[in-house]
Structure formats: structure tokens, C-alpha cells
Design a protein around this ligand. Structure first.
Ligand code: ATP
Length: 238
């Protein structure tokens, strides 16, 4: 799709000499929620890291908002409007919730805008406001995930990429986080979600890309994929 917000073509990437991603094609339109699903080790995390400029590309092209980001550094990707919420939250130990959130805005210097976005995050997740002076890593897993999402929002991105939203969280919390993602999506943010819980991912996303051994095995509308017998058997356990 030429007019997609994010457009990836023929992407190959890996670690050292070891190639992990092969000929990945993926597109995300503005204001969509798209998910990437697949089994353990398929390359989902590597794909997000490659988009973020953290993993070496062997070939292919990444375009975002009409700009070529193929050779962009991690800071340039962030400055271009792509924020990455990493697997395992990766909050900074010894820093308060608020300082962790503010770190998400480290490339910005519009103080009023940063304040405004902080209030937006606190409205979205009131518990973070209550805990704003607490060491972030002493919070529960769900609260830490809220903080990690909030930190992503604080860069005021156009696209928010989230790796393993639901990992280790109780279903009720996953629901709660899903509601928050719907809200920020309605407010205009585009979301690319990596998720092992295919059911949860399909409920949130309008389209999905299924990755198997580093390649896009299939892609389409989640409503259609949810009825595909192969997908149901392999990923939904039905
Ligand atoms: P999971 O859900 O288990 O994290 P995934 O689909 O996200 O799986 P990746 O973590 O991207 O998969 O891993 C894809 C492949 O790349 C695996 O074979 C993995 O061993 C390899 N890999 C991941 N990180 C590195 C690294 N830093 N160095 C070398 N190989 C790596």
C-alpha cells in the first residue's frame, strides 16, 4: 500500500551473520490497530526491533509517513514518530513512575505539551497518578505495563508499537489494557501490537500478520483469519 503510514517491503534482518527475518512485507494505515502474531521464536520481537533501528537490516525498505527510515538510527525512528513499548516493560529501577514517564519525552523540549501529555497518561491510567512518586519497578506487572505504555505515549508518537501486551497478566487486566488501547486509538494514535495471545490480539486489531520462522505466512482481516481453520487450529487451539 503506497499510502500506508508504515510500509515495509522485502525486509531481511538478523543478528551477526544469522538471518532471522526474510522478505517481510507489512503495512499499517493511519489510525489502524494491526497485530503481529506467531509462535515463540518466529521473529516478532526481532521485527519490532528492526523497525526501531535496533537490529541490523540485511535488505529491504521501511517507509514511515512518506519518509525512508531504512537506515535510520533508533533516535531518528523515535523522532520520526514511532514509539516502542518493549517486551518485559523495561522500566528504570530506582526512578519514580513520573520520572519513567518523563523519560519517554527525552527528545522533546515543549514543556507545556509534555505536561499536557503527562495529564493525558494519568487520566488514562489513574493508578499511575496515585503512584507517581513510587519506584516504578515496585508496582504490579499490570501497573508496570501501564507505565511502559504511558512512557511510549510521552514521546507523542504517531505509531505506538507494543511488544507482548498481555505477557504474564491476568485476563481482567488484559481487558483493561485493551480498553485503554482502544481509547488512545480513538484519540488518533496508530497501534502495531505484537501478541502471543492471538484471541486477545484479534479482539483489538482490525488486521493481522502471522509470522512463521521469520516470514509472513498469512495476513488479512482478523475477522476473516479468526474463521480460517488453519489459524484456528494452530493459534486458537480450536
Ligand atoms: P518470543 O515471543 O518468544 O519472543 P519472537 O517471535 O518474538 O518470539 P524473536 O525473539 O524475534 O521471536 O526471535 C526470533 C529468532 O531470533 C529466534 O531464533 C531467536 O533465538 C533469535 N534471536 C533473538 N534475539 C537474538 C539475539 N540478540 N542474538 C541472536 N539471536 C537472537
Amino acid at each position: 500500500m503506497a499510502d500506508a503510514l508504515l510500509n515495509i517491503e522485502g525486509l531481511a534482518a538478523g543478528y551477526g551473520d544469522v538471518q532471522v527475518l526474510w522478505d517481510i512485507g507489512l503495512d499499517v494505515s493511519a489510525e489502524e490497530i494491526v497485530c503481529i502474531v506467531g509462535s515463540n521464536g518466529a521473529g516478532k520481537t526481532t521485527l519490532l526491533h528492526t523497525i526501531s533501528g535496533l537490529v541490523r537490516k540485511f535488505g529491504g525498505r521501511i517507509e514511515f509517513a512518506g519518509r525512508d527510515l531504512t537506515k535510520a538510527t533508533a533516535n531518528e525512528v523515535l523522532a520520526a514518530g514511532i514509539a516502542h513499548v518493549p517486551e518485559g516493560r523495561r522500566l528504570f529501577k530506582g526512578l519514580t513512575v513520573e520520572d519513567n514517564l518523563l523519560l519517554g519525552a527525552y527528545l522533546r523540549n515543549d514543556r507545556a505539551g509534555i505536561r499536557q501529555d503527562l495529564e493525558y497518561v494519568y487520566n488514562l491510567f489513574p493508578i499511575l497518578s496515585e503512584r507517581r512518586r513510587q519506584d516504578a519497578v515496585t508496582m504490579s506487572g499490570g501497573e508496570q505495563q501501564m507505565c511502559a505504555i504511558g512512557r511510549g505515549i510521552m514521546s507523542r508518537p504517531t505509531l505506538l508499537m507494543i511488544d507482548e501486551l498481555s505477557l504474564g497478566l491476568a485476563p481482567a487486566l488484559v481487558e483493561r489494557l485493551g480498553d485503554a488501547l482502544r481509547k488512545i486509538n480513538e484519540d488518533g494514535l496508530t497501534i502495531l501490537l505484537v501478541e502471543q495471545d492471538v484471541m486477545a490480539a484479534f479482539e483489538l486489531a482490525s488486521r493481522a500478520f502471522v509470522i512463521e520462522t521469520g516470514r509472513v505466512a498469512t495476513a488479512g482481516q482478523t475477522s476473516v483469519l479468526a474463521d480460517d481453520p488453519r489459524i484456528r487450529q494452530a493459534y486458537l487451539g480450536i
